[in-house]
Design a protein around this ligand. Structure first.
Ligand SMILES: *Cc1c(COP(=O)(O)O)cnc(C)c1O
Length: 346
């Protein structure tokens, strides 16, 4: 506040430099939200009306909306029931002569199968987009998430691993994609200072205040991720007697939310009963994710139906997010695990 520079100043530059270093990419472009990041990626890659983008039905709605902003069509491929990520074995069935890109999501911070995705994209001459909004700090081997696709989108809403209040970032190794994203986030200017507009653009800029918060948050990223991992480890230890599947742990995972799946032996309605029973004991939980293709507007305007993606739907009926944030105390985790075990014993 004291610096007098509240927009397009040094904190945005610093945040972008730190972010590109963290992701091991040539470029990072800070924007106003994860959704803005996805939209600019779609435009910068030249995806346009009538193009098809193969993506996951089990995600937050923004990943499938991004192609729609440009009149492109999200075409879903069902998920792997073990990882909840798009199943590479189902992608080729969804590819047509109109397919331009694969947009995969690292759901709940677990990296998608990027080796297979790259193989399929290269084989069919497709672009590869990573919705990595839930996966900052994740990696595949020694490659950070953010460096694996042609362009990747991150989001910093308060529930994410790091926050700027609202905010987002694009990472890419392409000079051209970076140049277009920088221009389009700032009204299509060819240069940040001039009043000459080279192309259609938006106001998707990140302001200095959120960028300053982002710099401080990035410094704390290892600590914040370690706290989340410790809580995840405690849940694994304490939920052994509960009749549910716990999320996969891998070395490269960045813990975003803690989503459990009630056992397939239990009737699916049991998930909602569990949510209500937890609420009565003072524990908040929520169905997470509802499938994108069964959202009212995807059903009514785009013609998708229940039954179209049976694996995503069966996972979606049985999954719930339980409390998960860095300052959750050990006593609270113990209480939550005890109640869940009491409500759905093995
Ligand atoms: C959070 C999130 C987004 C959108 O980010 P916003 O900053 O809220 O616009 C997009 N995709 C996924 C998978 C997300 O979790």
């Amino acid at each position: 506040m004291d610096s007098g520079r509240l927009a397009l100043g040094p904190f945005v530059d610093e945040f972008e430099n730190k972010f590109a270093t963290a992701c091991g990419t040539r470029h990072a472009i800070a924007v106003s939200s994860g959704t803005a990041a996805l939209h600019l990626i779609v435009r910068a890659l030249g995806i346009t009306a009538g193009d098809e983008v193969v993506t996951s039905p089990y995600s937050f709605v923004a990943s499938a909306n991004a192609p729609l902003f440009e009149g492109a069509i999200p075409v879903f491929a069902d998920i792997d029931p073990r990882t909840y990520n798009i199943d590479p074995d189902r992608i080729e069935d969804a590819i047509t002569e109109h397919t331009k890109a694969i947009l995969a999501v690292d759901v709940f911070g677990l990296p998608a199968d990027w080796a297979r995705l790259r193989e399929i994209a290269d084989k069919h001459g497709l672009l590869l987009i990573d919705d990595s909004c839930e996966a900052i700090g994740a990696s595949v081997g020694n490659m950070p998430i953010g460096s694996l696709a042609d362009a990747s989108a991150f989001g910093f809403y308060p529930n994410k691993q790091i926050t700027t209040g609202e905010g987002g970032c694009i990472t890419t190794n392409s000079d051209e994609v970076a140049r277009l994203c920088r221009s389009m986030r700032n009204q299509g200017r060819s240069d940040d200072r001039v009043m000459s507009h080279a192309r259609l653009g938006y106001n998707y800029r990140m302001a200095e205040l959120p960028a300053a918060i982002g710099c401080a948050q990035l410094d704390r990223l290892p600590e914040l991720l370690a706290k989340r991992r410790a809580i995840a480890n405690l849940y694994v230890e304490l939920l052994t007697g509960a009749n549910c599947t716990l999320p996969r742990d891998t070395a490269g995972r960045s813990w975003f939310v803690y989503v459990i799946e009630i056992s397939r032996e239990l009737p699916p309605g049991k998930r909602d009963e569990l949510i209500t029973a937890l609420q009565a004991r003072g524990i908040q939980s929520a169905p997470y994710f509802p499938c994108i293709h069964t959202q009212p507007f995807y059903r009514d305007e785009l013609g998708w139906r229940s039954g179209d993606f049976p694996i995503a739907e069966s996972v979606s009926e049985r999954t719930l997010a339980i409390p998960f944030f860095p300052d959750l105390s050990e006593a609270e985790v113990r209480y939550i695990a005890e109640i869940i075990t009491e409500l759905i014993p093995t």
